[in-house]
Design a protein. Structure first.
Lengths: 271, 282
């Protein structure tokens, strides 16, 4: 651990050292492809720690691909390629010799459709990351309870932890998936349109939850719901056709967009 | 006639045609079951189920040694065929997205349609001649060659039905690929895999031709893995060849026992591997 820290510090130039204290993830000239389809073009952005960063843009603009590059899920699809760097706490997760599995334990993910493990109970779903990750010596009871509490689901499921995870409602399932991601104690949580399959009430719960989570985690959310981005996020990035068009504080971006494209998108002129 | 009436007529016609085809397809199944039950039920008795065959021509005795032999064969064959088949299926489903995978899939398909008598001859040359005698082991090897491609195929199909989102969920938690496959994907696909194994057991417990060349048949109970052994389909065949009425009667009885055995095995396995949770349709 010490060695890694030392190396990551020596890798960065003096003026950047200050920024790595505040920034959790930094991408440098990040490009991504599906076979010959160039889906991310030269993305360079710095994402702050303990804030919510929203990534918006029309369908197919590469926003999901971008966050899937943050935990190396992009490389799982056959034909997928990445070039450039993604620095997590200053060290490149695409360096040779970096184990993607260990990256994913630090950078958790919640998906668009709730996807609890259908054959596991509520308890086992939450404990899955620890049990299957080969980590032993955890007090699973405590971890499960703490994670479910953090996900705001404990009170609703505490009496039926042995029920199937798939028997919960859609909104509960999504919070179960969040609890499952929290149980492995990641540092960053990626959310890929986590509310698009949910009704407004469940959506509101997840949004409250996100705001509570940023105290302890760095949250990055992909959404095509601009109101949602405006409601919950501190920073917003607007992407179009694989390029990062504009990135800044959410209030700024929505009130005074610098780019004409951003303005046309947020005012609903296209998208 | 209005066009709606014509369409309704066509619909009725197509529906009746389908129903007719189903009825025709079910006739052989029903009549076989009826015939076997009708002829075999009178042969069933405590003696029939607990004794080996009596002296030829004398009558009496039973098929207990054949029941025992079939159970041993099924057990041994599963021991070889299930792990090999399931593992091949995992390979094809999770890693078979290449030319090599396609070649394996094709060979598997060919193996599945192999005449079982050829498998028998192959195992005769490979195992029986090498060991110097007909044996239970040779029978199990032959049957597992028949079982393996069926299990591999159904395992592959059921693993492919597991939604990719389940794999991604596990991978995103930092679970390693092999662990994801073994603990999450396999358990999600369990019922499909079990169905495949049961189908293959039903198929191999009825195989006769490869057994003639491998376990030979026997009048006595199991005497060792390297010794000849009896099995129900072999017994049915031998009894049917005998020129005695009592033997034909016993042959029907043995056939009925074979059908019931597969049925009972099926029910037991189903109960034992029943899903803990019924997943909600979404």
């Amino acid at each position: 651990m010490m060695l890694e820290e030392l190396r990551s510090v020596s890798d960065v130039t003096p003026q950047m050292r200050e920024s790595t204290e505040k920034y959790k993830i930094e991408t440098k000239n990040l490009n991504a492809w599906f076979d010959n389809n160039h889906v991310l073009k030269d993305i360079s952005m710095m994402i702050r720690e303990n804030v919510i960063t929203a990534i918006i843009g029309p369908s197919g603009c590469g926003k999901s691909t971008l966050i899937r590059c943050f935990n190396r899920m992009h490389g799982l699809v056959p034909g997928a390629r990445v070039s450039g760097e993604v620095l997590l706490d200053g060290s490149n997760i695409y360096d040779r010799g970096v184990d993607p599995v260990l990256v994913r334990r630090r950078v958790g993910m919640v998906f668009q459709k709730p996807n609890p493990f259908p054959t596991m109970s509520v308890f086992d779903n939450v404990a899955a990351g620890l049990k299957l990750g080969g980590n032993h010596g955890y007090r699973l009871d405590e971890v499960v309870r703490r994670s479910l509490e953090q996900a705001g689901l404990w009170d609703e499921v505490k009496t039926d932890l042995n029920k199937s995870g798939a028997s919960l409602s859609g909104g509960q399932q999504q919070r179960l998936c969040i609890a499952r991601a929290l149980a492995v104690e990641p540092e960053v949580i990626l959310m890929d349109e986590p509310c698009s399959a949910l009704d407004p009430i469940a959506t509101a719960k997840i949004e409250q939850l996100m705001i509570a989570l940023k105290e302890r985690y760095t949250v990055i959310i992909v959404t095509h719901n601009m109101q949602q981005a405006a409601r919950v996020s501190d920073f917003t990035a607007f992407m179009y056709l694989g390029k990062l068009i504009e990135y800044g504080e959410t209030i700024q971006l929505f009130r005074n967009p610098k780019e004409e494209l951003t303005e046309r998108y947020i005012t609903g002129k296209f998208g | 006639m209005t066009s709606y009436a014509i369409r309704r007529l066509k619909d009725r016609l197509a529906f009746s045609l389908c129903l007719l085809c189903v009825a025709i397809a079910i006739v052989p199944l029903g009549s076989i079951l009826l015939e076997v039950t009708g002829n075999g039920i009178s042969a069933l008795s405590v003696e029939f189920l607990t004794h080996p065959p009596g002296a030829v021509g004398q009558g009496g005795g039973g098929v207990a040694n054949a029941i025992q032999g079939t159970l041993i064969l099924i057990g041994l064959t599963c021991l070889i065929g299930v792990p090999l088949g399931v593992m091949s299926g995992i390979f094809l489903a999770e890693f078979g997205d290449s030319e090599f995978g396609a070649a394996i899939r094709f060979l598997n398909e060919v193996l599945m349609q192999f005449p079982s008598i050829v498998v028998g001859i192959f195992v005769y040359l490979l195992v029986v001649l090498a060991l110097g005698s007909f044996s239970a082991i040779a029978g199990a090897v032959a049957l597992s060659i028949i079982m393996m491609p069926i299990v591999a195929r159904t395992t592959e199909e059921s693993l492919k039905l597991v939604p990719n989102s389940i794999r991604e969920a596990a991978m995103a938690l930092g679970v390693r690929r092999w662990r994801t496959t073994m603990s999450v994907v396999l358990s999600t696909a369990k019922s499909g895999i079990v169905t495949g194994i049961m189908l293959s057991i039903a198929r191999i417990s009825g195989e006769t031709a490869p057994l003639i060349m491998t376990i030979l048949g026997s009048q006595w109970f199991f005497a060792g893995f390297k010794q000849p052994m009896d099995a129900l389909p072999l017994r049915v065949w031998r009894l049917a060849l005998l020129p005695y009425d009592y033997a034909h009667q016993q042959g029907w009885g043995a056939a009925l026992v074979l059908i019931l055995l597969v049925l009972v095995l099926n029910v037991i396995v189903r109960l034992a591997t029943r899903r803990r949770y019924r997943s909600r349709a979404r």
